[in-house]
Design a protein around this ligand. Structure first.
Ligand code: SF4
Length: 205
């Protein structure tokens, strides 16, 4: 089973959303804030495409040329990646390829780092390594939609790899039986939860 990398955001916010989404098949409420985020994301892609140079071969072929020193470093938006090894699939907002390192960027509506965003970035790195047989350094960055500035950055090192692999295993354990998912203990989260109106564990103030 291939699980979207973005599920790490759910895991961090409240894993009970997994039960509602995958077991009860609940569709979350789409808020104005979420719609604004989707529109901003689309605008960023359109702006990128206006200035982008088209690559007339697969990313994998172009990457091989880069590693042979035949082409210059390049970047790709909305890069699809997949890993059977980790059972994950996703689309990286922006990836920059250099001969000796890669940069993975996740665009967020607000410059506020959460464990969910860190885990999502690390999961993308694990999938990226498997997808491209990548053995060089990967730098992870979270960037804000609001001002286009990077507000979080780390190198994907051995410690980060070990931590995310444990979390990937936990995620698949939950996905095998979403009734294992536990609700949050933070009332505040329920108030802002897009599954709130359908949740039997909703905590009132
Ligand atoms: S309403 Fe609360 S317990 Fe239910 S899914 Fe949302 S955050 Fe979790």
């Amino acid at each position: 089973m291939l699980v979207p990398v973005s599920t790490f955001q759910i895991l961090d916010y409240c894993e009970y959303q997994l039960f509602l989404k995958y077991y009860e098949k609940v569709k979350p409420v789409i808020t104005r804030k979420m719609l604004a985020g989707i529109q901003k994301h689309k605008r960023l892609e359109e702006e990128f495409l206006e200035e982008a140079e088209e690559i007339e071969e697969t990313i994998e072929e172009h990457l091989e040329k880069l590693l042979r020193g035949e082409v210059s470093p390049f970047n790709v938006r909305e890069l699809p990646v997949k890993s059977e090894k980790h059972g994950l699939i996703g689309r990286i907002d922006e990836a920059l390829f250099y001969e000796d390192h890669a940069v993975i960027i996740d665009d967020k509506p607000n410059p506020r780092i959460t464990q969910g965003t860190i885990d999502q970035l690390r999961a993308y790195a694990a999938v990226f390594e498997d997808h491209f047989n990548w053995e060089n350094l990967i730098v992870l960055k979270a960037r804000s939609h609001s001002n286009n500035e990077v507000f979080y950055e780390e190198e994907f090192n051995e410690k980060a790899r070990t931590q995310i692999i444990e979390k990937i295993e936990y995620l698949h354990w939950l996905m095998q039986d979403p009734t294992r998912a536990k609700p949050t203990s933070e009332k505040e989260k329920c108030l802002h939860c897009s599954y709130g109106p359908y949740c039997d564990k909703f905590m009132e103030e």
